[in-house]
Ligand binder design. Sequence first.
Ligand code: SAM
Length: 472
Amino acid sequence: MYRVDSMIADEFISDEEIRETLRYADENRHNAALIESLLAKAEERKGLGHREASVLLACDIPELNERIFSLAGEIKRDFYGDRIVMFAPLYLSNYCVNGCVYCPYHAKNRHIARKKLSQDEICREVIALQDMGHKRLALETGEDPVNCPIDYVLESIRTIYSIKHRNGAIRRVNVNIAATTVENYRKLKEAGIGTYILFQETYHKESYLKLHPTGPKHDYNYHTEAMDRAMEGGIDDVGCGVLFGLELYRYEFAGLLMHAEHLEAVHGVGPHTISVPRIKHADDIDPDAFDNGIDDETFLKIIACIRIAVPYTGMIISTRESRSVRERALKYGISQISGGSRTSVGGYFEPEDEDDNSAQFDVSDNRTLDEVVKWLMDLGYVPSFCTACYREGRTGDRFMSLCKSGQIQNCCLPNALMTLEEYLMDYASPETKAIGEKVLKEQLLHIPNPRTAEIARRHIEDIVRGERDFRF
Ligand code: SAM
């Protein structure tokens, strides 16, 4: 049975509907007339359903594939302009009671160094992150009710928000912790989190059960229904994702979009972000042991098709991916990237040594945040450290309606430029600063409303003079 508005995972992520979708997509992968009509519909920038988008993903006609990529690029520019939101992960604890076969945190791994940060250690990490220039974090933990209970996560969030080192501040803490109860989601909301992020890993139930053989994460329905509980607990920004490589990518793609459709149908708002991680080498994990790895071209096509299907949903790529893949992914849909990331517990203050490895996976893009910021500007993007929407309460459906009406442009670009100026003044290397000042001048001309542009110009002058108020 397939019911988008059901609250039961097996119904809103219906295996039968996904298989039917994949059959339909396969039958139509050479159907130029249908694909043309889907592209025409997608040009209206209102998105596509999972079946329609699955046909685009399956499309086997080179000229039409080119059009898919170029439309994704246009939609990306229309909705996000040149802005790219910056963030960094912060690993609090890698204790874990689960048995996820792709993750080195799994409970049977006896040689990974187990660590959990004390509040003092969190301070050191946050100061290191602030000194790089970060304003937005994604908290990461393994699942362990004893070593990493919800109270520890809540205390850590309070600690992070309380630290103001020099001009630094973490203004948005997103949280990527295991599926939990409505009550705990409510507590996270009260603690002032931004987005609650949880990767589905795979929507294929049978594979899910095998890939998560032991521990609380084994419960597929509890995990898949987590976003509904988060929304019931008052969190209106949720971030979805699958770990590509575990199952057939087309199955995951359809499942991901069905999940988004379900959240929109039941809660009136789809996911705030979609992440696209691929399995990486890690302590005792060999990505080649998984049969469903995808090549870079397929990966980019998935990103392009997600962009077309859900134009309003932010898309995140991490340092799991190399500089060159990230560069291409930015063009077709990615709106948020991490920079200067460490995936080890305590790795910002004290970089890992070989014998004391607590990292979750190997990072492919090892550049510093300053290098990433400069690279983005060299490519014509505006790195944004803005968190204003969240701070002004523009979350959930309020954010989505601004986005859908196009009004977000008048609001996001000035904020991005002001936070970029803060970064340039406080943290940038001389080369980055020189390029940044040029970018700022040019981009101020792109703010649609002249009055808003004038206000932004004045605020930027204030920032240069050292007069700050933390609205962003
Ligand atoms: N423990 C939390 C949970 O149960 O959902 C999530 C936090 S975990 C630190 C973040 C994500 O890293 C996981 O959801 C998984 O998708 C991803 N991950 C785990 N092992 C990985 C690997 N070998 N390569 C790439 N990503 C991996």
